[in-house]
Design a protein around this ligand. Sequence first.
Ligand SMILES: CC(C)(COP(=O)(O)OP(=O)(O)OC[C@H]1O[C@@H](n2cnc3c(N)ncnc32)[C@H](O)[C@@H]1OP(=O)(O)O)[C@@H](O)C(=O)NCCC(=O)NCCS
Length: 183
Amino acid sequence: MFLKFKKKKKEKPVAQTLIDFPTERFQAGSDVLTLRLATVSDIPGLVAIQEAVYNGYAPWVSRDFYHELTAEKDRLYLVAVKRDQVVAFIALVRREQVPDLHIANIAVLPVWQGRSVGTYLINTAKAVAWEIGLPMLSLEARRSNTGALELYDRLGFFVQDVIERYYVDNKEDAISMVQNLED
Ligand SMILES: CC(C)(COP(=O)(O)OP(=O)(O)OC[C@H]1O[C@@H](n2cnc3c(N)ncnc32)[C@H](O)[C@@H]1OP(=O)(O)O)[C@@H](O)C(=O)NCCC(=O)NCCS
């Protein structure tokens, strides 16, 4: 009967060792979205976004997201939210051997695409890299993902390498892109 007075257990957010990211708001077309740290309760939304953008297939399943979101360091997962719905996310990873901030995953729900949400997330990644003193941003994209490749090119990334047959599902090549933030 005292259940309602029980303190709500604080949810474990993404490890914040990369940066103490404060929640912020940004404009997406005529809407305002909230950008905040992802938590484990966002996982169904993260999986749903992937299913929506990859024809029902989620390259990262709940277990993968859980592992990442509870990692102890070097991760920063941000979600863009509208009225409690996760509409986009970006996964940032600091790697051990490479002095860059790696965009491990980024996706925007189809109905929100083309409203600069992806651009905002990548510009946020740039700001984070800058703040933690990493001079480069990097990412990989499928060779067939011409829309995303075009966007990255427009945002200042250049092709560093082609990794043949990188994607296990269809053996597609990955285009590896980087951006030097010191230029
Ligand atoms: C790539 C992605 C994150 C971009 O997000 P976004 O919010 O639509 O990006 P923005 O609105 O900031 O920029 C839009 C630009 O991206 C490019 N673009 C991205 N995806 C595109 C697509 N499927 N078709 C055509 N253009 C695309 C275009 O240059 C577009 O410019 P335009 O609006 O002037 O035509 C989003 O399209 C997405 O989630 N795609 C599916 C998942 C994916 O491919 N992730 C990247 C893996 S490397």
